[in-house]
Design a protein around this ligand. Structure first.
Ligand code: DCP
Ligand code: MG
Length: 362
């Protein structure tokens, strides 16, 4: 099945945070970096400063020569780190599958995300709106079926833009894409490619794996896929998932525990499908889950979550929790969510080790 990947990249990140915190600077050329009298370099600069030819890694003294009115500010790493954390909180409202590449850049796998009817384009738009509104900085996004394409796409309408590459547009898109846009193709490789008459990914597609490895060593094999827009790397979340849950809003509110019980099998089916995917087919058993919970949303829109010890079959456990939850409000029920909290790899391992020790003892 085709995946939906979003690559997010903040626009002139450090400089954007500085301008946000001092709006008088907006529309002026602003850079963040080390002082010119201390042989400092530019970390980044806003787009106004880029018009003067200033860019990251340029010496600050050269930047000031190019633009004497440049406002050069010191790096405030703590602030950027906090903004980055807040941005991740926005991402987490949509998916747990987040792979940060740096403070201002991340891949999100939203294949299983249900918001906005699962439209990755609208999810990206909504993330960008929310970041802008709550954090006061703009981010750009690329939306595509793999990491490579999403990353290339996020650069396409920068700043403050987004670009979608649909699966059936990939071939055309890659044909005309300049090779320097491939992540990993730096100035040296680009020059070498130009020497071979290669300017676009389409040109590169004429080479077979052998000649690509001959010219570009180990990278050759990967280039063969990349220039065709193929990339099967997974989005690798740094933190392991803590829970799996699903929920349903009913067309008509439920009023009795019996009605809620009738709604359970399809919810449990959905939960099982989701956990199958997560555990690659592994069962939802006591080795994997440490507790279970039910979320109820009542007709007055209040929500309650009831958590309990794991009981099998899961259906029985959820029924108990629903009954408990229904005593908390006498209103009818709009939505039921069911979920399980997962054991961390560490706690699962230490239990296994414990079991092993006991085996040896007996
Ligand atoms: N950075 C740095 N030194 C570099 C490049 C970047 O310290 N040589 C820091 C400052 C940037 C941040 O990393 O704000 C993110 O890097 P990006 O390459 O994403 O650049 P920007 O976000 O600044 O600009 P853009 O709008 O091009 O993404
Ligand atoms: Mg950036």
């Amino acid at each position: 099945m085709s995946r939906k990947i979003i690559h997010i990249d903040c626009d002139c990140f450090y400089a954007a945070v500085e301008v946000r915190d001092n709006p008088k600077l907006s529309a002026l050329p602003v850079a963040v970096g080390g002082r010119s009298d201390r042989r400092g370099v530019i970390a980044t600069c806003n787009y106004e400063a880029r018009d003067f030819g200033i860019h990251s890694a340029m010496s600050s003294s050269r930047a000031l020569t190019l633009c004497p009115q440049l406002i050069l500010l010191p790096v405030r790493m703590d602030v950027y780190r906090k903004v980055s954390q807040s941005m991740h909180r926005v991402f987490k409202q949509y998916t747990d599958l987040i792979e940060p590449l740096s403070l201002d850049e991340a891949y999100l796998d939203v294949t299983d995300c249900e918001q906005h009817n699962g439209s990755a384009t609208w999810i990206a738009q909504s993330i960008r709106d929310e970041v802008k509104q709550s954090l006061g900085i703009t981010v750009s996004a690329g939306i595509a079926s793999n990491k490579l394409l999403a990353k290339v796409a996020s650069d396409w309408n920068k700043p403050n833009g987004q670009c979608v590459i649909l699966p059936d547009e990939v071939d055309d898109f890659m044909m005309s894409l300049p090779v320097k846009k491939i992540p990993g193709v730096g100035k040296v490789t680009e020059r070498k490619m130009n020497g071979l008459g290669v300017k676009t990914c389409g040109d590169l597609q004429a080479f077979d794996v052998h000649s690509l490895t001959h010219h570009f060593g180990m990278f050759g094999q990967r280039l063969y896929s990349l220039c065709r827009g193929q990339d099967d790397r997974l989005v690798q979340a740094t933190r392991t998932r803590k829970s799996i849950s699903v929920e349903t809003t009913f067309n008509e509110d439920l009023t009795t525990p019996e009605q809620c019980v009738t709604a359970l099998p399809s919810l449990i089916d959905k939960l099982t499908v989701r956990s199958d995917k997560h555990f690659d087919g592994g069962a939802l058993d006591s080795n994997r889950i440490k507790s279970m919970f039910v979320k109820l949303k009542f007709s007055d829109f209040t929500t309650t979550t009831i958590e309990g010890r794991v009981a099998f079959p899961l259906q029985d456990g959820f029924v108990e929790l629903i009954k408990k939850g229904m005593t908390r409000n006498n209103k009818s029920i709009r939505l039921i969510g069911v979920g399980v909290r997962l054991k961390t790899a560490r706690s699962a391992r230490s239990r296994a080790a414990l079991a092993h020790d006991q085996l040896e003892l007996f």
